[in-house]
Design a protein around this ligand. Structure first.
Ligand SMILES: Nc1ncnc2c1ncn2[C@@H]1O[C@H](COP(=O)(O)OP(=O)(O)OP(=O)(O)O)[C@@H](O)[C@H]1O
Ligand SMILES: [Mg+2]
Length: 207
């Protein structure tokens, strides 16, 4: 369903989207954090883009592991190690593969969610990126089980991801910097849940 060329195209488009939404993500991080989420991620994906030419012909495991290591070493903050370990775990799940099926995409998302939970000592309903990731994965699983086309599976995932990001406005954050503002964070959308939704949207648009 997706080969390494396509996955590299997705990574490139994620970088472009994050760059385009850099200010917006940083604005979201202002009331509940330290106004750096967009800047952090744009820097990281900028470095990823520089590495893409060295990854041509490589297997998907190597590509995703390289992305993860690059994000860990360049993004910083909380989201660097979180997204970094998520991509590294996906790389481990896709080791040696030159092509992946929808089932393998779902398996990759599953290990990514587990990586964030473990690394962040967090779970859903804590106003983090997990509030977009988990509903997105669940919706995609359901859609795939119903036998829907890949486009529809990704559309269902994106809808659930954005609904989950929206729902973080109703949650009091208990993890990360946003937990410092407590109830004052109500009404604000989590930057990480938003950046994840943009990433998934680029997957949908590229497949
Ligand atoms: N423990 C956690 N588990 C899951 N996601 C988290 C956790 N802590 C933070 N996040 C996510 O990271 C996003 C913030 O990322 P950002 O790059 O702004 O890091 P930061 O909070 O500024 O880090 P630091 O406080 O270390 O500078 C949040 O919006 C949230 O989605
Ligand atoms: Mg921040």
């Amino acid at each position: 369903m997706a080969d390494s060329k396509l996955v590299m195209e997705v990574l490139k488009r994620i970088g472009e989207k994050i760059e385009e939404k850099k200010e917006y993500l940083t604005e979201l991080d202002q009331p509940i954090g330290d106004s750096d989420h967009g800047i952090n991620l744009a820097r990281g994906f900028g470095e990823v883009e520089k590495k893409l030419p060295t990854l041509e012909e490589k297997d998907l495991g190597t590509i995703m592991k390289t992305v993860g290591m690059t994000l860990v070493s360049t993004v910083g903050g909380a989201s660097g190690p979180l997204y970094g370990s998520a991509f590294m775990k996906i790389g481990m799940a896709w080791g040696g593969k030159m092509e992946i099926s929808m089932e393998e995409i779902l398996a990759g998302m599953d290990v990514a969610v587990e990586a964030v939970k473990q690394r962040g000592k967090s779970t859903v309903e804590e106003a983090t990126m997990l509030d977009a990731m988990v509903p997105a994965l669940n919706a995609m699983r359901t859609a795939a089980e119903e036998g829907l086309e890949k486009k529809e599976v990704l559309e269902a995932g994106c809808r659930a991801s954005w609904a989950g990001a929206e729902h973080t406005k109703d949650l009091v954050a208990t993890k990360g910097r946003a937990s410092y503002v407590g109830e004052r964070g109500l009404g604000h959308q989590d930057p990480g849940a938003t950046s994840f939704s943009f990433m998934l949207e680029m997957v949908k648009d590229s497949l």
